[in-house]
Design a protein around this ligand. Structure first.
Ligand SMILES: [Zn+2]
Length: 221
């Protein structure tokens, strides 16, 4: 009897801690973030953080938190609109952007869907990659936060993503081709990872070099 009571109390504490952890993850925008978001109207882009600035470069390593989807949330709607304005701004002309790149560490990204007709930009909340293909490919990448630099990065051929739309609906989708590369790049940002990190490993570099030579038919396969 005593054991059962102990078990019930333990379960209650565990459940309470879990609820609190989720609340913490879903905590609303801070007053500073709200100010950053609403300091201009939705026709204005936001400042893109760059690794060439020390404070920015540290911030870009922040892991982003979950965001509560809510079509009625005025600040969230305002932010999503300004993030879109930023990625499509003539100074950027990106194919994707993640919220931490403008100083808001929340799991929100915009991605241009080259796998859909007319290549629309789409917004994803609380996105995660839940499965990867066995095969990989090399593609050249750049980043709005890393000025004047591009590099060849190895990425998975396709990925399975799970995400929310702003109305709270949950979706699971398999993404192929160049669009899959964009998703991998943007989800990395949400985890504080930059594409340069994929270039630092020496073994990885050697593997890349071998693949490049294979592509050029310089070594027998
Ligand atoms: Zn980037």
């Amino acid at each position: 009897m005593l054991y059962h009571r102990f078990l019930i109390i333990s379960l209650c504490i565990g459940f309470y801690q879990l609820l609190n952890a989720q609340k913490f993850e879903n905590k609303p925008f801070t007053p500073t973030e709200v100010n950053t978001i609403i300091e201009a109207d939705t026709s204005k882009e936001m400042r893109v953080l760059k690794i060439t600035n020390y404070v920015d470069s540290v911030f870009l390593r922040t892991k982003s938190m979950l965001i509560k989807p809510d079509t009625q949330d005025i600040v969230l709607n305002h932010f999503i609109a300004r993030l879109y304005k930023t990625v499509t701004h003539p100074n950027s002309l990106g194919v994707g952007i993640a919220a931490p790149q403008v100083g808001i560490p929340r799991k929100i990204i915009w991605v241009q869907r080259f796998d859909k007709e007319a290549f629309p930009f789409e917004c994803y909340l609380n996105i995660d990659i839940v499965a990867y293909s066995d095969s990989t490919k090399l593609t050249t990448e750049g980043c709005l936060s890393i000025p004047d630099y591009r590099a060849v990065v190895e990425r998975y051929d396709f990925v399975v993503i799970e995400y929310n739309k702003i109305d709270g609906s949950h979706h699971k989708e398999t993404i192929y081709g160049f669009t899959a590369v964009i998703f991998q790049h943007e989800v990395d940002h949400l985890n504080g990872i930059l594409y340069l990190d994929h270039l630092n490993d020496e073994l990885y570099q050697q593997k890349q070099q071998k693949k490049r030579m294979e592509l050029l038919n310089l070594v027998p396969k």
